[in-house]
Design a protein around this ligand. Sequence first.
Ligand code: COI
Length: 368
Amino acid sequence: MPTSSTSFEVLPSNQPTAGSIRDNILANPGFGKYFTDHMVNVRWTVDAGWHGHQVRPYGPLTLDPAASVLHYGQEIFEGIKAYRHADGSVWTFRPEKNAERFRRSARRLALPELTDEDFIGSIKALLAQDHTWVPTPSSDTDECSLYLRPFMIASEAFLGVRPAHEVDYYVIASPAASYFKGGISPVSIWLSSHYKRAAAGGTGFAKCGGNYAASLAAQKEAESHGCGQVVFLDAAESKWIEELGGMNLFFVFKDGRLVTPRLTDTILEGVTRNSVLTLAKDEGLTPEERPISIDEWREGAASGEITEVFACGTAAVITPVGELVTEDERIRLNGDGGNEVAMRIRKKLLDVQYGRSEDKHGWLTQLV
Ligand code: COI
């Protein structure tokens, strides 16, 4: 990938949020509800390539109603966080993995690739303006952060179906607490027997809005059954566990194996998933990436072979799964380990992200 380092023009907001209002928000940010004072924008055109790198005041976009993203959904995004360490410095976690996935998603959606330098540079440029929006954790279990949302849209006004000739890249930032309202209490998962998220050759491995839009009907179904998330099975056989739509899944076996579905082009490669595989090895567990069927979940839960199930993602961090709910059964785990493995790996991960333990894998990048 060609690389180039570009500086960002800064147009400061002349109406920044008052410090007292910002502090109130940071004390209880929820997830995805509040946004910082600035955003990044970089434009791309067929003729000029990427240009016009800017940090400018956060605000509504002016978009032609014919912009092709509004009609054909040519869009991709990322999720990455900024963490405040005890000495006040601000860091992010494995941004090169997100940059690489963003390029992979761009290729699948026929969007232009952004260099890793521009991807990471855009985050640094935004944080240089908005670092006061990064919350300070109140304890070692507090997972507050500044959630960053880089995204790219086809902004060309054109109704023909072809890759857009004009594209915009943005980064917005939102102070965040736990993704789930209940914090880290175990989540119930609905098994979607009808809806599928992805099929071979499709966009399942890409982080594009369409995948998430397609998961919403199943999510509504889950909520109507009292569940917080949905697990999707493969489209070909309705047998193999894929992912939750916005999170990857892990299964803890009583003999120390930690199993997660092997990556295919129907599963998103999570940065947290990848990090859990490494941390598990450090913890003496035996990670396994392989196909795992819904029957293995059912039988492993009944026999006690599977002692824990957990979901992971940038937004969700690591969240224990309490039960699997289907049309005719509720599958609970017989193990009584109190999600010990999930909580141990979660602590390891958070300790690295917040600078409380040695970053022995070189995962952190300083932003401020
Ligand atoms: C993330 O974890 O960053 C995501 O994009 C998933 C979404 C459920 C917020």
